[in-house]
Design a protein around this ligand. Structure first.
Ligand code: DAH
Length: 281
């Protein structure tokens, strides 16, 4: 501009302004186009197709064995019991000897035991936990012991080599068979509703007297547990004075209870992991 004459200066100045405005207008337009394209692209990439089917996730459910144990535990916790557990691999002492099974006594044949190569066994019942708990605790005792048990059984509709039991034990001064009967009756009525129950005399090495309990279910008697007054020899084995304390115990088959509750015809269904079966619960 400095080299221009006085007449040229305003003309060239105006021209420069015109060029500047033109460029600015072009720039503005380009910016608008680019921004619009950017918004368009974003809308496209973030669009949600509300008509698309969702991702279906299978909902997990409580296994009928678990829900049955939970119900049983709830009932006994309501009666003041607490839960105790013990190992599934056991010694002969806890599974048999301390429970008053004498060596070579035929009662050992009542339970087909699975022996391990190291001389230990897989527990055949949860009664072993009674001994472990009483060894470690002073009376009074009021415990339930749910757990897995093992027997050398041929698998069929009502037998499984692996199964579950719930063991009950109460020890105190002055406990009688009436307390056992009342406890069992309340438990069964809470579990199944009011139904006829009967106690049949039976034999277990660790209880005296012993009984088996049946409930009347759909027109027939169904055995649901063994029970009895804790044998004085068992109390002695854990260092309790049988002159001061008495106790009652029971052992229930959890699968049996689950099968009655849910009308399951074959125990093997409980272990088959068949979703068509499990989804029904
Ligand atoms: N342990 C027994 C069994 O597996 C069941 C049983 C019977 C448990 C009587 C008890 C009891 O505590 O008192 O066949």
């Amino acid at each position: 501009m400095g080299k221009l004459t006085a007449e040229e200066r305003p003309k060239i100045g105006a021209l420069a302004n015109e060029v500047k405005e033109m460029l600015q207008a072009e720039l503005d337009q380009k910016r608008t186009t680019l921004q619009a394209a950017q918004i368009e692209a974003q809308l496209e990439s973030e669009a949600i197709d509300v008509t698309m089917p969702g991702v279906y996730r299978l909902q997990g459910r409580t296994h009928p064995i678990t829900s049955t144990v939970d119900r049983m535990i709830d009932i006994f916790v309501g009666l003041g019991y607490t839960v105790a557990t013990g190992p599934e691999m056991e010694t002969d002492y806890y599974n048999f000897e301390a429970l008053n099974f004498l060596a070579d006594h035929p009662a050992r044949d009542m339970q087909d035991t699975l022996y391990l190569s190291d001389g230990n066994i897989l527990r055949t019942h949860t009664s072993s936990v009674q001994i472990r708990y009483m060894e470690a605790n002073e009376p009074p005792v009021r415990i339930i012991m749910p757990g897995r048990c093992y027997r050398r059984d041929t698998v069929d509709a009502t037998h499984s080599a692996v199964f579950h039991q719930l063991e009950i034990l109460a020890v105190d001064q002055g406990l009688t068979f009436t307390d056992l009967r009342g406890t069992i009756k309340i438990f069964l009525e809470t579990m199944f509703g009011e139904l006829p129950i009967r106690f049949r005399p039976s034999f277990f090495p660790f209880t005296e007297p012993s009984a088996e309990v049946d409930v009347q279910w759909r027109g027939r008697w169904l055995e649901v547990m063994g029970c009895g007054m804790v044998d004085p020899n068992v109390l002695k084995a854990v260092g309790y004075d049988p002159e001061v304390y008495t106790g009652f115990a029971a052992g229930l088959g959890i699968e049996r209870i689950a099968m009655v509750l849910h009308q399951i015809d074959d125990i093997r269904r409980l272990y088959a992991s068949d979703l068509r079966f499990l989804r029904q619960f």
